[in-house]
Design a protein around this ligand. Structure first.
Ligand SMILES: C[S@@+](CC[C@H](N)C(=O)[O-])C[C@H]1O[C@@H](n2cnc3c(N)ncnc32)[C@H](O)[C@@H]1O
Length: 276
């Protein structure tokens, strides 16, 4: 079994499904994800990336970064602002076309991935390999972490962000309390027919069905951060920082978020550097 609880033989079908779904949502992706595209989260991300970049020891004048699973270019924009040349890589041609339109004339290349490995990228080709909210879509996410280690040169950094922290899966009472108090009631969800369909499918057909349709890692078989750190240590990396945080979402009451942001967490960011 792999990280998503699927036999490896099912991976190709899952990857093709992921390509279809992401191609379909590419144009509206940013509107659909206010947990990413809000000022609080963007500011946290900007600071975390800058901190990781400070720790680069490859000596490159114009460092080269991979945005693995780039989507519409959330990391790509930050990496450019930090002075990197960027390779934006994804399985979705629609996302890559969007990046090409948005970043024409900037030091950004796009790269179409097969979803199974990073084999098309050479050893030690990058100073910085970053990914944000992608690992839970990758059937063999430990293989992907190992490969991120392979393509980074000595002194370079692997940066993995926006995956659930262990306390999210651990049913922390403070977090449950936070969710109950923070979430504003949004009656618009009752107007979305797909929400009813999703509920029906989860109840009667497939408990792992996701409304967006793509694969996700589920509570009974989820991303294991210790194992990610373990495979990267095996590639010669040391941890720079591993920090849990509480992500801000548009539906939260800001004053409740402020009260709880130091009391509970639901996400983790990890940065590791390759010995050089
Ligand atoms: C939740 S989105 C995150 C996008 C972007 N990183 C961001 O910060 O908004 C997940 C991305 O992972 C890509 N993806 C899914 N499965 C993948 C795989 N096996 N290999 C590489 N990318 C994958 C999707 O096409 C999509 O762009």
């Amino acid at each position: 079994m792999n990280g998503a609880g699927m036999p490896y033989s099912d991976d190709q079908r899952q990857i093709e499904r992921n390509v279809r779904i992401h191609d379909r949502v590419a144009a509206d992706y940013e509107k659909m994800h206010d947990e990413i595209f809000n000022p609080v989260e963007q500011d946290r991300l900007r600071r975390a990336l800058a901190r990781a970049k400070e720790a680069l020891r490859t000596g490159a004048e114009r460092p080269r970064a991979l945005d693995f699973g780039c989507g519409s270019g959330n990391l790509t924009r930050h990496l450019l602002a930090l002075g990197f040349e960027v390779v934006a890589a994804d399985i979705s041609p629609a996302f890559l076309a969007l990046i090409e339109r948005r970043h024409a004339g900037q030091p950004v290349e796009t790269h179409l991935m097969d979803g199974r490995s990073l084999a098309s990228l050479a050893d030690s080709a990058f100073d910085f390999a970053a990914t944000y909210s992608v690992m839970h879509h990758v059937p063999d996410y430990l293989g992907a972490a190992t490969e991120m280690g392979r393509i980074v040169r000595p002194g370079g950094i692997v940066y993995i962000d926006h995956e659930h922290s262990p306390s999210y899966w651990g049913a922390d009472p403070a977090y449950r309390d936070f969710l109950r108090r923070a979430s504003r009631f949004d009656w618009r969800k009752f107007l979305v027919p797909h929400n009813y369909y999703g509920k029906f499918r989860r109840m009667f057909v497939d408990p792992h069905y996701s409304n967006e349709g793509d694969i996700h890692v589920w509570p009974d078989d989820h991303i294991e951060w210790d194992e990610i750190e373990g495979v990267l240590r095996g590639e010669g990396f040391d941890t720079l920082f591993a920090e849990d945080y509480l992500v801000f979402r548009g539906r939260y009451r800001p004053e409740v978020y402020e009260e709880y942001r130091t009391r509970c967490t639901d996400m983790r960011v990890l940065a590791m550097r390759k010995a050089g």
